[in-house]
Design a protein around this ligand. Structure first.
Ligand code: SF4
Ligand code: FE
Length: 483
């Protein structure tokens, strides 16, 4: 089934019975858990919008690998337009969910693995690309949602993987069998792992000779034996138990972040795409990084659009929207949002065809895009807090507004302009709270900083990608220096 409905997707995940822990307890029917429902709703939107004729152009693409229409989240870029459409799709979904919809890891990793496995087969005579193509077809035919497990636990950051006292601090191969591998370790901050059919496991960074057991890339089903999804706590978890109370701000949608533990997980050879080739290990996070960092130019612009709308409404509800400094801040929020979106689009436009025949984003610009995302949403958030006022951090809750004793006071004293119910103002304040303080998962600003790697990761990638000789020659030519 190349295009599942949201309901079919939910049922496919339900059937998997993956091992999910929330608050220290194993949750058997985790899709019905209040903390998971909004995260599952969000992931489902990537399926539901693909069924909507109005969004079809954004959400689907033609795959030459299976000669069929597929969800864009499983697509390998065939041209520049595919990379532009990814950013547009991400902005659209950010606008519709105001959170992370989790599935970009699927296409951002698949496009990187498509290239790295090809390069490995060419250089080493391996069969990784062939295996990857088989899995790609399976992924497209079944409309899989895949996470990507890259960020290792890492233990003492001053030590290399082999120097750690506990060898599991970086995920590694513990046994090689005739039919596959056994891996052990953990991956942190795993977006949408419990909502995914499979997870791409890949190294988190470049590796050196002697670190071969840490060089592994593969696809692992979400319900593999020995695989645990341990749900991360979020600021709004308690509010998720009472979504009708309005305090959640965004009651329907959230992201999902887990600690994924691989406790001796077996992976059959046909799902292994790199095994011990340290010289290629770093290429996967490097290529994935640029691609995923571009997507942030779309998703974070979409969430910013919601935050701008909420901020403008709060200003209107309190009668300050015409003040020059408020207009100035709202205009600034828009300009900053369009800046990150422009970076995402430029990363696509400057992309090119690569040796595989597929296309890839401009890696330098992808990193620049994410560097801007690591900074500008903080300015956007500052404007929102400034306009919303201090009450954005301490507004009374929905239960207070509905209380038979004190509800009348909350209603009376938190009212703004005539004609707008107090409830509307509170709903907007909670929405801004939920975005800024991460009720719905990691949150808009923390994710803007750390998602797809922290800013330092982008700067070091960028430093490697810059053609320094070209820039030096330009300067020498202008200054009249001839070597
Ligand atoms: Fe996609 Fe953005 Fe979520 Fe990353 S943070 S998975 S790019 S929605
Ligand atoms: Fe993310």
């Amino acid at each position: 089934m190349t295009l599942m409905t949201g309901e079919q997707y939910r049922e496919s995940i339900r059937k998997m019975k993956s091992t999910v822990y929330i608050g220290g307890e194993k949750i058997d029917d985790f899709l019905d858990h209040p903390v998971v429902i909004p995260a599952q709703n969000t992931a489902s939107m990537t399926y539901e919008f693909a069924q909507d004729p109005e969004c079809e152009h954004l959400m689907t693409a033609y795959s030459p690998y299976i000669d069929a229409k597929v969800n864009r989240f499983t697509h390998i870029y065939q041209n520049i337009d595919d990379m532009i459409m990814k950013v547009r799709m991400a902005r659209f979904l950010g606008q519709k969910t105001a959170t992370c919809f989790q599935r970009c890891t699927t296409l951002d990793t698949a496009n990187a693995l498509y290239i790295v496995t090809y390069q490995m087969d060419k250089a080493l005579g391996t069969e990784y690309h062939k295996r990857f193509l088989t899995f790609l077809r399976e992924m497209q035919e079944n409309d899989y949602h895949l996470g990507v497990a890259m960020t290792d636990a890492k233990g003492d950051r001053s030590l290399r993987p082999t120097e750690q006292k506990d060898p599991d601090m970086w995920l590694h191969i513990v046994e090689e069998k005739s039919d596959g591998l056994v891996i052990r370790g953990a991956k942190t901050s795993q977006t949408g792992s419990a909502n995914a059919h499979y997870t791409f496991v890949a190294p988190t960074a470049g590796l050196r000779k002697g670190e071969e057991e840490y060089a592994v890339a593969c696809a692992v089903p979400g319900n593999a034996e020995g695989l645990y999804h341990i749900y991360g706590r979020n600021a709004g978890d308690d509010r998720k138990y009472a979504p009708d109370l309005m305090d959640m701000g965004n009651p329907r949608f959230s992201s999902q972040e887990t600690l994924m533990v691989f406790d001796n997980v077996f992976v059959p050879w046909e799902k292994v795409f790199l095994c011990r080739e340290v010289e290629f290990a770093g290429r996967i996070p490097f290529l994935f990084g640029a691609n995923h960092r571009q997507t942030y130019g779309g998703c974070k612009a979409g969430v910013s659009d919601v935050l701008i709308g909420a901020t403008r409404l709060v200003a209107e509800y309190t009668g300050i929207e015409r003040l020059p400094h408020v207009r100035d801040k709202l205009a600034e929020m828009v300009a900053l949002t369009e800046t990150i979106y422009s970076c995402g689009l430029a990363t696509a436009l400057e992309g090119e065809q690569v040796e595989t025949g597929s296309y890839y984003v401009n890696q330098l610009l992808g990193n620049v895009c994410k560097l801007n995302v690591a900074e500008l949403p903080f300015k956007i958030a500052r404007c929102a807090i400034d306009i919303a006022g201090g009450i954005v951090g301490d507004a009374p809750g929905g239960k207070d507004l509905m209380s038979p004793e004190i509800g009348k006071f909350v209603d009376k004293y938190l009212k703004g302009v005539e004609g707008v119910p107090t409830e509307y103002r509170l709903r907007m304040l909670y929405l801004i709270q939920s975005l800024l303080f991460g009720f719905n998962s990691v949150g808009y600003v923390v994710e803007s900083l750390h998602g797809a790697g922290p800013p330092q990761a982008q700067k070091s990638s960028l430093y490697r990608l810059v053609d320094w000789d070209h820039k030096k020659k330009l300067a020498k030519d202008i200054a009249g220096i001839k070597d």
